[in-house]
Structures are given as C-alpha cells and as structure tokens.
Design a protein around this ligand. Structure first.
Ligand code: ARG
Length: 456
C-alpha cells in the first residue's frame, strides 16, 4: 500500500510505477535523508510535538536502517517511489505507529531539497580537494620548467617565446577561479529548506534554526515557496562544472596536439595512453580525448536542467525530479576527469629540446626586434614595418633573425648596432618580460609562490 493511498480507489499502473519512481537513482541520497530525518525528529521532540521517547526510538531505528543500507542488507521497493518514502516505509515496518509520526510538519518537497543540498555541499568539497591536488601538481611541474622555453601561440601560429612553466600557470589560474566559483556556489547551496513544507510552511512551531545547526547549515531559507522550487544551486553547480570542464578540455586539446609527431613537445606515460588494434606503432592520448569528449555531457546536463526548469509555475513540480540524474552524472564525470587529468600531468615526459627548437623557428623574436628599434627612437608603427621587411628578407634567404649579419641589418636601419643579437636572443626575450604577469622565470616563480599561498 502506498503511503499516500488514502484518497485513491485503485492502484497505479505498474509501468507508470516504474516510470515515476526515482529510487533507482535517488537511493544515493540515503545518508542525507536519514541525517535530515534524525534532526527533524529531535527538533519535533524539542518543541513538544512528539515525545522525547518517540524521537529516540525514531533516531535509533533510522540509524539501524542506515547501517543495514550500508551493509547492503536493504532491497529498495520501486512501489515506494523514492528514497524518502522507502526509508519512511522501513521505519514504520520497524517501529510501527511511532514511525508514522516522523513526517509531521514535513513534505517530501522540503525533504528532497534538504537532501540534495546536503549531498551537494559534500561533493563540492570533494571536487575542490581534487582540484587543489591538480593545482599542486601543476605548480610542481611548473617549478621544474621555469627555464623551459617554448613558443607561445596565437591563432595556433608561433607568436612569441614563453616558458612551459608560464603556459602551465595559465591553467593554474583557471583552476583557481574554478575553486572560487565552487565556493560561491557552496554559499548558495548552504541554505536549510526544512520547515517550508509542501509550499506554504506549517502551523507547527518548528525550530528551523536548530535543524540548520544540527545539520551544519549556516542559514535557513526565507520563503517557503522559493525553498521548495529552487534548483538554482544545482544549475549553478552544473554551470560552474561546465566552465571547469571547458578548462580541462582546452588543456586536453593542447596535450593531444603536443603529443603528436607534428609538435612532439611531450610524451604521455604509457599508463594513460592506449594502442591501436590494427596499427602497431600507435600510441593514442585517449585520456585527454575522453576528458575533452566528456565535456559535452556536462554541458548537456546544464542545458537539460535549464530547459527543465524554464516553464515551471511555482512551486514544486514533478519535473524537478529530473534534476538528480543530471546532477549526479555531472558530479561523477567532473570528479573522474579531474583525478585522471592530474595523474596524466604528473607523469608527463617533457621534451625541452623540441620545445626550444620550435621557439627558435617562426621568428618568435620579431616583436623583440621591433621593440629594439623603438628603444633606438623609431616610432612603433615604423619599427613594425621595418621588422616586417627584415622578416620577409629572412624568409627569402632562408635565414633566422639571429643569422643576419650586422651589414644586412644596417641595410634596413642604420641605427642597428651589435647589441641587436643579445636583444633578440630567445632566452633574453623571455627573461626581460618580468613585469607582473609576464613569462620571465623570476616573475613566474613569484606567481607560483603566490598561487601556493592561495591554496592554503
Ligand atoms: N522524488 C521526488 C523528487 O525527487 C521527491 C519529491 C516528491 N514530491 C511530490 N510532491 N511528489 O522530486
């Protein structure tokens, strides 16, 4: 018999039972549902709505149910729809009429909002922990490559020399922002909705602040209708996760490029690569490709949630039950991706020689030549033009800027002196860019230290 069957004359269709039941996925919330119920029962007793003895009986039985679920001794019942009614049903089976008092002044609408919020708070912390580990690995790798020169790109064309450390640190800053965004999302998840009832709160004089304190929430919701129909925090989490996945995906794209023979900047560890079933020579960057691919799932979940919510009149609607699978899938995907990505980076083999060689080709020091002319008093636009002509000459004569003789230089601008060679030296190009945010080893070292401080 259903817990709500009083006004019905016949059973629900079996197929429909299966269709609208959520136990197959929301069972994952069991721990939070039980903690929430224990706090609710305690509070009901505190306010004299049930007796102390009844509250104790309820808590004890709920703890034994928790233990049984954890030991795999419980088979959930699809007919009991969701985790909330499954646990209530088990409770009533164990302690009879006293168990029937637990749901006083509560609805599944405020209950599910509570469970999801508690669950997500824990998961946000887990993801932040994984991100911190990833950032630490990136910082350690960057520290080893402060002087590893590579080309920096725009339009995927060699642009200016940078270092591998500087490149890695760009991602460190993205991931630091992701941690911040998760903290922000945590703030809005950390709101206790119990006491909102189905939508119009309750006439019972509940102690909502007590429940919030028991369950570790820093505040209680202030509008009962909003509290039961708000899924902003789920959407915000998925949006934040989408941005995080976008960062991982961009990084993966670079790793895929860098490990191709065309770039040949890095080699992935065998542990995070796969072979081909037909081409014996192949070593594929599958881990990076999969993370890039899974970004699409996370975006999809975000769009599914936004679309699911957009037409819902206040307050709760069953549509909202669809939030859980999208949320769970996002959490599982993001966690796995961050963990695998960290391992992949930690074991990467960097081919410093190839990076340097690439930076030495493609005239990545041409801007430096133009800046040199500016320092000799040439207006920048004109310096740009002269340098462009020099580059054209080099292409025609198959030379690099370093290989031009002083006489050749003087053909383009008389004021060029012998000091041109140290000015356009690739290592100098990097070392002189030591303003805040620049790629100079000294500045990147400072940025690494400051990121380490922020991680604390
Ligand atoms: N399983 C439901 C959900 O996840 C719980 C809330 C059900 N509320 C209701 N009025 N039917 O949304």
């Amino acid at each position: 018999m259903k817990l709500w069957s009083g006004r019905f004359e016949k059973d629900t269709d079996e197929l429909f039972d299966d269709f609208h039941s959520s136990i197959s996925f929301d069972k994952r919330l069991y721990k939070y549902d039980i903690y929430g119920s224990i706090a609710h029962a305690k509070m009901l007793a505190k306010r004299g709505i049930i007796s102390e003895n009844e509250a104790n009986q309820i808590s004890k039985a709920l703890k034994s149910i928790l233990d049984d679920i954890e030991k795999g001794r419980i088979e959930f019942d699809v007919a009991a729809e969701d985790i909330h009614m499954n646990i209530e049903k088990l409770l009533i089976e164990r302690i009879g009429d006293t168990g029937k008092k637990l749901h006083t002044a509560r609805s599944r609408n405020d209950q599910v909002a509570l469970d999801v919020r508690m669950f997500l708070k824990d998961e946000i912390k887990e993801i932040q922990k994984a991100l911190k580990k990833l950032i630490t690995t990136l910082l350690n790798t960057a520290e080893k490559h402060l002087n590893t020169i590579m080309p920096g790109y725009t339009h995927l064309q060699r642009a200016q020399p940078i270092t591998f450390a500087h490149h890695l640190m760009a991602y460190v800053h993205m991931f630091l922002r992701d941690i911040d965004r998760l903290s922000d999302c945590y703030k809005r998840t950390d709101v206790m909705p119990l006491g909102s009832g189905a939508l119009a709160a309750t006439t019972f004089d509940l102690d909502r602040e007590f429940v919030a304190k028991e369950l570790g929430f820093s505040k209680v919701s202030e509008n009962s209708m909003d509290a039961v129909s708000d899924r902003d925090f789920v959407i915000e989490f998925c949006a934040t996760s989408s941005i995080l996945m976008m960062h991982l995906s961009r990084f993966c794209e670079e790793i895929i490029l860098w490990s191709s023979l065309e770039f040949d900047f890095i080699e992935l560890d065998d542990a995070y690569s796969t072979g081909s079933s037909i081409m014996p020579q192949k070593k594929n960057p599958d881990a990076a490709e999969l993370i890039r691919g899974k970004t699409g799932r996370v975006y999809g979940n975000l769009i599914a949630l936004l679309t699911m919510m957009k037409g819902l009149a206040l307050a709760y609607n069953k549509d909202m039950q669809e939030d859980k699978e999208a949320l769970f899938d996002t959490i599982d995907t993001v966690k796995k991706c961050v963990v695998i990505f960290e391992k992949m980076i930690a074991t990467i083999n960097v081919k410093e020689g190839n990076m340097l060689k690439a930076a030495q080709k493609g005239f990545t020091n041409a801007t430096e030549l133009a800046d040199y002319l500016v320092r000799k008093g040439v207006p920048f636009r004109q310096a740009h033009e002269i340098t462009g002509n020099i580059v054209k000459y080099c292409i025609e004569h198959n030379k690099t800027l370093e290989e031009l003789t002083l006489d050749e230089y003087k053909e383009f601008y008389k004021g060029i002196e012998n000091d041109i060679y140290s000015a356009i030296d690739i290592a100098n190009c990097v070392a002189k860019r030591r303003i805040t945010g620049g790629p100079a080893p000294s500045e990147v070292k400072r940025a690494i230290n400051s990121a380490r401080e922020r991680l604390k």
